[in-house]
Unconditional design. Structure first.
Length: 236
């Protein structure tokens, strides 16, 4: 693995980390989101998409801040976050799903790494990456459902049971589509590009995961379009 690639990977991760911190700082500085879970979603989005995610936050995310919503209400106007073009609503919906995936993948991958340090190795069909995908999916789905629950329940004033069911309907298909794109890229990276699994302590692994998240966004976007258009998933 070339030194240049490691340097590029390290730079990409550093830039994304700074973008996530800038996003957090802006949220804390007076632009907290009207839907509180989005205070988690936007920094997590910037963590894998870097400057693009940060730009999206300033361009789209700020429209749904508590301040913007209150100002619109005081003027008797429609909240600006509700007036976004449909394609932007779909993008936010996909990113909402992606935040759960990102958090789940980070927890899963480092958890597996710590288990390996303790002498516990997880493998499936002779490969650690396949076992990791199972753990990634379970945790990502869990976080995704939690994210959806705290979005849908207050918006529709649902009971706890109704909120969980609605979250499952909204997230299972979307998250699965995201993981398909993500796993597809990681399979290409591991088996076609590098020919071996990449150590989780190597910045290149997480750089490949950043690219995998982009692939996940691409595969999840049309699914979110369908879910939102049908009213299964809420507009954000």
């Amino acid at each position: 693995m070339s030194t240049t690639l490691v340097m590029v990977a390290s730079a990409s991760l550093a830039v994304a980390g700074v973008c996530a911190l800038i996003c957090i700082a802006d949220l804390l500085a007076g632009h907290r989101q009207h839907m509180w879970i989005m205070n988690v979603v936007w920094p997590m989005t910037a963590l894998w998409s870097g400057p693009i995610g940060l730009f999206a936050y300033y361009k789209i995310g700020r429209l749904s801040s508590q301040r913007a919503m209150q100002q619109a209400q005081d003027r008797g106007e429609k909240p600006p976050g509700k007036a976004k073009p449909f394609w932007q609503m779909v993008g936010v919906g996909a990113s909402h799903c992606g935040a759960g995936c990102t958090l789940g993948d980070i927890v899963a991958e480092w958890g597996i790494f710590l288990l390996a340090l303790g002498g516990v190795t997880l493998e499936l069909f002779g490969h650690g990456i396949f076992a990791a995908w199972v753990v990634d999916y379970v945790l990502a789905l869990g976080f995704g459902i939690i994210f959806q629950y705290f979005s849908i329940k207050p918006m529709k004033n649902l009971s706890r049971r109704e909120g969980i069911i609605a979250a499952l309907k909204a997230d299972v298909l979307s998250l699965t589509a995201w993981q398909v794109g993500m796993y597809g890229w990681m399979a290409i990276a591991v088996f076609a590009i590098f020919g071996a699994e990449i150590a989780k302590t190597n910045p290149v692994f997480w750089f490949m995961m950043q690219i995998a998240m982009v692939a996940g966004f691409v595969t999840a976007y049309p699914v979110n379009w369908f879910l939102i258009r049908k009213g299964i998933k809420e507009k954000m």
